[in-house]
Structure formats: C-alpha cells, structure tokens
Write a protein that binds this ligand. Structure first.
Ligand SMILES: [Zn+2]
Length: 171
C-alpha cells in the first residue's frame, strides 16, 4: 500500500471552470482563493506572518505549462513585473493552475497544499527585513536517492521531517 499521506476529504474546492477564463484573460480572481491564503497566513504565522505586509496577488490561471515528462505545473510564485510594481499594486504574484487541479482531481486539502507550497516560496530574511523568492528545500532525483540515500544536507533534512511524520523507516 502507498504510504503517502492519505487525504480523506473528498469535497472539491471550487476550482474555477473553463468558462471563468477567456482569451483576453487567462487569470481569474476568486475571493475564496484570497481567503484561503489569509487562512493559511493566520494558521501558520511562524511561516507566513511577513506576508501580511506584502502586496500579493492570488490568482487562478487557466492552464499552467506542461513539463517534459508530461506532468503539469500546479502553480507558480513570482515577482510582479516592474510596471505593476511601479503602480504599487502588486509585488508578488501567486497563481494556481485550474486545469491541473481539475485533471488531478484535487480535493480542498490538495488545493490548500498547493497554495501552501507556493506561499513557502515567499520567505522572510530577518537580516534585512525583506521577503524574497525562495528555492525549494530539496533538489533531488528519485534515482539518486535510490542509489545513494539521503546523502546531502537538504535530503537529510527531508528524511528527518519524514521520520517525524512516521513516513520513513529508519534504516
Ligand atoms: Zn515550488
């Protein structure tokens, strides 16, 4: 049996449908997504409190890009373009890919996890008090782990987190 986290909820988060988008606008503003981001910030202040002072746009995008292996990008966090920043509207843009969330049949919890992941890309640097775009904690291939185990610091941190969750057997 798969030992991955089993998410039991089956209720769908109202992921926007195709008709919410048109050729003119591949993005869709849904207040529920903004509220979900607000909930996450409230729930995890140690991770996200700095975002209360940031101008972040939370949007659905009709389609994200496809990777070479055929999998679909679930979301993206990036710095807003200079024009948007100039007008002081938005500094960061977080989008989730509606099509991918439909195709993977995401539950509420999985949509939430996708947003949580994207928010983690916006980290706080206590040295200069600024928010920055962070890379993933772990860069790895499955084959590499099969051959060499959790051989470097980032993989080791991941292993420790999995042990804590009871997802990983200590060899
Ligand atoms: Zn990411």
């Amino acid at each position: 049996m798969n030992t991955a986290i089993v998410i039991e909820e089956t209720v769908h988060y109202p992921i926007p449908v195709e008709t919410n988008f048109d050729e003119e606008n591949e993005f869709y503003h849904d207040q529920r997504l903004v509220n979900l981001a607000g909930d996450l910030i409230d729930r995890y202040p140690h991770l996200f409190a700095h975002l209360l002072n940031e101008k972040v746009a939370y949007l659905w995008k009709a389609k994200g890009p496809k990777r070479r292996d055929g999998s679909k990008v679930l979301g993206k966090t990036s710095k807003a373009n200079s024009l948007l920043q100039h007008f002081g509207e938005v500094k960061w843009v977080v989008w989730l890919a509606a099509e991918a969330c439909w195709e993977y049949d995401f539950t509420d919890k999985e949509v939430e996890a996708t947003l949580f992941h994207e928010l983690l890309h916006l980290q706080y640097n206590p040295d200069n008090g600024e928010t920055y775009l962070a890379h993933h904690d772990v860069e790895a291939f499955v084959e590499e782990i099969k051959e060499y185990g959790t051989w470097k610091a980032d993989l080791d941190r991941m292993k420790k987190a999995m042990i804590q969750l009871g997802l990983f057997k200590v060899a």
